[in-house]
Write a protein that binds this ligand. Structure first.
Ligand code: PMV
Length: 346
C-alpha cells in the first residue's frame, strides 16, 4: 500500500501514545460501490449526519519492539480479519512516520453494540487514524486525516468531522481528492436519529463484499452511480436550508435505491428482516399522521429514522410496539473526532 501524505515531519516521539474519540455517522445519501478497491475510492459521493450519542474511544501506543500488533476491541483480542485490517491501516501511519515494523498496542471500545449495524467501522477508523497519528508524532490536517481514515473504511472519512458532512467523489486516480468536508456543524440544525434495532446478529455480507457483488452483477448499478449527483445536490440544499422534508425524502429515496440495486445482484443481497419492513411501514404511517419522519437503512436490518426533537417520543413508542424490533436508540447530532489530552497512560 502506498502511504498517504500526512503532512508534518514526525520528529522524535517520546511518549508514542495517542487516544481519540469519534462518533459513527449515518449516511443520508449513501455510498455503495468502489471505483478503486485498493485505495478504497468510492464510486459516488455521500452525505452524512454524525451520531453524537454513540462513541468509539481508541488508544494507540507504538513500542520499540517488532512483531504483530496487539489489538483489543471491546475487551477482547480482535479476530484474524479485523486484526489484519487494522495492521494494514497502521502500516500507512508507520510508513509516514518512519516507524516501520514498530509494533502497536491498540485498545478500542464502543459504548454501543459493535455488531449491531450502527456503522461502527466509521467511528472505529476515524478514532484509530487520529489516535495513531498522535502516537506516531504526526500532525495531519483534518483533510489528511479524512483521507487516511478512508483507507480503513469509506464511511470513516466522514467521521473525522461533526455535524453534516459530505464525502467527495473526487476524480484523481491517486484518490487525494476523495475526501470528506463539513457541510454544516451540529449547531446548525438540531435533528434526531431514532434507531429501531431489529436483529442483533452480525450481518452476513460485509459492506465491501456487498458493494463488489453489486458493482459486478446488479443491472441497476450504472443507474445508481449516475443518479447520485442529483441526490447529493438535493441533500446539500436541504441541509443548507434546514428543510427536513426535502432531506428526509432524498434520504429515503437514496436508501431504497441502494437496496433495490443490491437486491438485484446475483445472488440478491437481502439485508432486511421482517421487523425492518414493518418499521419502514410504521414510519410512513406516522408521517401520514403528521409526524415529520423519514427512514434510512444501511447494509443491515436496522431502521434509522430522521426527525426533529419533538417527534422522538411518538416514534420511539410506535417503533417499540413492532414485533421484531428488540430495542430503540436515540441520537442527537454529534461533534467531530477529537484527541483525549492527556491520553491514558496504559
Ligand atoms: O464504510 P463502509 O465500507 O462500511 O461502507 C458503508 C456503507 C453504508 O453504510 C451502507 C453507506 C454509507 O455511506 O455509510
Amino acid at each position: 500500500m502506498s502511504a498517504p501524505d500526512l503532512g508534518a515531519d514526525p520528529g522524535p516521539s517520546e511518549a508514542r501514545i495517542g487516544e481519540a474519540v469519534a462518533h459513527p455517522n449515518l449516511a443520508l445519501v449513501k455510498y455503495w460501490g468502489k471505483r478503486d478497491r485498493s485505495l478504497n475510492l468510492p464510486a459516488t459521493g455521500s452525505i452524512s449526519i454524525s451520531m453524537g450519542a454513540f462513541t468509539t474511544r481508541t488508544w494507540v501506543k507504538f513500542g520499540d519492539e517488532r512483531g504483530r500488533d496487539e489489538v483489543i476491541v471491546n475487551g477482547e483480542a480482535a479476530d484474524g480479519g479485523t486484526a489484519t485490517r487494522i495492521n494494514d491501516f497502521l502500516d500507512l501511519v508507520r510508513t509516514e512516520a518512519g516507524l516501520d515494523g514498530k509494533r502497536a498496542l491498540v485498545r478500542s471500545d464502543n459504548d454501543f453494540p459493535t455488531a449491531a449495524g450502527l456503522a461502527s467501522s466509521s467511528s472505529a477508523f476515524a478514532a484509530l487514524g487520529l489516535a495513531a497519528c498522535e502516537a506516531a508524532g504526526l500532525n495531519p490536517t483534518t483533510s489528511e486525516l479524512s483521507l487516511l481514515s478512508r483507507r480503513g473504511s469509506g464511511s470513516a472519512a466522514r467521521s473525522i468531522f461533526g455535524g453534516y458532512v459530505e464525502m467527495r467523489l473526487g476524480n484523481r486516480s491517486d484518490g487525494q481528492d476523495a475526501v470528506a468536508a463539513p457541510l454544516a456543524p451540529s449547531e446548525h440544525w438540531d435533528l434526531r436519529i431514532v434507531i429501531a434495532v431489529t436483529d442483533p446478529r452480525p450481518k452476513r455480507v460485509g459492506s465491501t463484499e456487498g458493494m463488489e457483488l453489486t458493482r459486478k452483477t446488479s443491472p441497476y448499478y450504472p443507474a445508481w452511480v449516475e443518479t447520485s449527483s442529483d441526490d447529493l445536490r438535493r441533500a446539500r440544499d436541504a441541509v443548507k436550508n434546514r428543510d427536513l422534508s426535502a432531506l428526509g425524502e432524498v434520504a429515503e429515496h437514496s436508501a431504497l435505491k441502494m437496496h433495490a440495486c443490491a437486491l438485484a445482484s446475483q445472488p440478491g443481497l437481502l439485508y432486511w428482516r421482517g421487523g425492518t419492513v414493518e418499521a419502514m411501514h410504521a414510519v410512513r404511517e406516522m408521517r401520514s399522521a403528521g409526524h415529520a419522519a423519514w427512514f434510512t437503512v444501511d447494509a443491515g436490518p436496522h431502521v434509522k429514522v430522521l426527525c426533529g426533537p419533538d417527534d422522538v417520543e411518538a416514534l420511539e413508542g410506535r417503533l417499540r410496539c413492532i414485533p421484531g424490533v428488540s430495542d430503540v436508540l436515540v441520537s442527537d447530532v454529534g461533534a467531530a473526532a477529537r484527541l483525549i489530552d492527556p491520553p491514558s497512560e496504559a
